[in-house]
Design a protein around this ligand. Structure first.
Ligand SMILES: Nc1ncnc2c1ncn2[C@@H]1O[C@H](COP(=O)(O)OP(=O)(O)OP(=O)(O)O)[C@@H](O)[C@H]1O
Length: 269
């Protein structure tokens, strides 16, 4: 078992809303340096789980410890500063430049607060991250003119500028064409070298959207865990077929995952 520091711990988490039990006792431990995929069909409970990981929601019962603080006992705002949350539905309306968007990661706001100016050090850090995320030379380009892929990478830089210990990526490849998706995945893979202690959780419906550096997976269905742990054990033809309620053949080539329907007559292991 890894001795790396525990970044996130969900213990027997139950979540009820409007008389309906949405999560039925989910447990998960994420340690520094681990890169988790959170996978499951529509309505499985992935976004609800990510809400706990991001210190946004409290469980009905069970405990959630994020970065050493137990939800319900610590100030959520303080915890959130150490969590980088990449939301593809980032609600930006004004024409900020990439540099400005990245700097809003320091103020925790969508727009630049009035009269706020970065220090030289903060501006240099933003520039460094913009280059790391493959947007060098585009720092002054404005949000409305950016492609989906560029926005996605800018949001990762925004999430990283506060030097978080936990990075949450909510369906980061949604809406990207194949080249933009591949660039984004390559960028995520690079983070294992540039930010070695960082832990991450990436939500997706598609195995093809998993970065090669994903180390662990949690497969959920109907509010319960189907499989969880090191990725090679968690993602198999049997577990993925069970989670998605359909015979699906899972394969891994050159570090990348794929899933396709098992054809009638073919045996599913
Ligand atoms: N606040 C709420 N009140 C009532 N039901 C809710 C609430 N939040 C989520 N749900 C329900 O809980 C279930 C899980 O939702 P969740 O959004 O976590 O699933 P998901 O796996 O992220 O789905 P998708 O892949 O479609 O985004 C769904 O049936 C959803 O309708």
């Amino acid at each position: 078992m890894s001795t790396a520091e525990t970044v996130l711990e969900l213990a027997d988490v139950v979540f009820r809303r409007q008389g309906k039990e949405i999560l039925h006792g989910v447990s998960l431990t994420v340690r520094a340096g681990e890169h988790w995929a959170l996978l499951g069909p529509n309505g499985a409970g992935k976004s609800t789980l990510l809400g706990f990981c991001g210190a946004l929601t409290h469980p009905t019962t069970g405990t959630v410890r994020v970065l050493g603080g137990t939800l319900g006992r610590v100030e959520l705002q303080a915890l959130r500063r150490d969590i980088g949350h990449v939301d593809p539905r980032h609600p930006l309306r004004s024409p900020l430049s990439i540099e400005d968007v990245v700097l809003t990661g320091l103020t925790g706001s969508v727009d630049t607060p009035p009269r706020w100016h970065p220090t030289a050090e903060q501006a240099a850090k933003a520039g460094e991250l913009i280059r790391l995320l493959g947007l060098g030379g585009k720092a002054a380009e404005r949000w409305p003119t950016l492609s989906q892929g560029e926005r996605g990478r800018a949001l990762i830089a925004r999430a990283l500028i506060g030097e978080p210990r936990l990075l949450l990526l909510d369906e980061p490849s949604t809406g990207l064409d194949v080249a933009a998706r591949e660039q984004l995945l390559e960028t995520v893979d690079l983070l294992t070298h540039s930010h070695p202690g960082l832990a991450s959780i990436l939500v997706t419906h598609h195995l093809e959207e998993l970065p090669e550096t994903t180390t662990h997976a949690l497969l959920v269905s109907e509010g319960a865990v189907v499989a969880g742990g090191p990725i090679d054990q968690a993602l198999t033809t049997a577990t993925v077929s069970r989670a998605f309620g359909h015979p699906i053949r899972v394969a891994r080539h050159d570090g990348r995952w794929s899933a396709r329907a098992a054809r009638r007559g073919a045996q599913v292991a």
